[in-house]
Design a protein. Structure first.
Length: 196
């Protein structure tokens, strides 16, 4: 059961990515976590159970992990999970993406933060109002997240989800604005000619 279940909100729930397991720390199974939430103290609270998604090609059979403890250490979140009992097991968990369940209507506390499910399906436009496509998903990378845009001509474009390139997100209006430039969503002119 997720810690979000205790907030009194009824209704359907959705999953959000809250982190990715990094390298082991010490010999007792503690691991570093690349945090993907603005509420790490809540998502990684003792007793929280998170869905575990091993990376492609991983031999890990872990499908859920229960937080035993968490602490900050030199600006890095260190987490002990009940299932990771030593350094060898922790090494095998490297790269696992961690998901928490939240109420469907919940929003992050920070107005410039969004859950994946809030962005998927939004129409993407450039700053002049030209349709660029639809947000098909997010790719959670090490440096930043990328919006996956399906374009009207059947291509897929990846746009870094940073304020400089995505200056406006209008959830109520079902749209977002991308400061497009050749090679970002719109192909370079020579690519258009070669493809047509």
């Amino acid at each position: 059961m997720s810690t979000d279940a205790a907030d009194g909100t009824d209704g359907p729930a959705v999953e959000v990515v809250v982190g990715r397991i990094g390298k082991p720390h010490g010999l007792r199974g503690e691991v570093t976590v690349d945090v993907r939430t603005d509420e790490p103290e809540r998502r990684f609270a003792r007793g929280s159970t998170l869905r575990a998604e091993p990376p492609p090609g991983s031999a890990s059979s872990l499908r859920s992990l229960t937080v035993a403890s968490s602490r900050q250490h030199q600006s890095v979140l260190l987490v002990s999970f009940e299932e990771l009992t030593d350094r060898t097991v922790a090494e095998g968990a490297r790269g696992i993406v961690l998901h928490a369940t939240i109420p469907a209507g919940a929003s992050p506390d920070d107005p410039d933060e969004y859950y994946d499910h809030q962005l998927v399906g939004l129409a993407a436009y450039d700053v002049d109002g030209t349709a660029l496509g639809t947000v098909a998903g997010l790719v959670h990378g090490g440096a930043q997240d990328l919006l996956r845009i399906d374009t009207p001509d059947g291509r897929e474009a990846l746009v870094p989800f940073v304020k400089a390139l995505v200056p406006e997100v209008d959830l109520a209006g079902g749209r977002l604005v991308i400061a497009d430039r050749p090679g970002l969503v719109t192909p370079f002119p020579d690519e258009e000619e070669a493809g047509g």
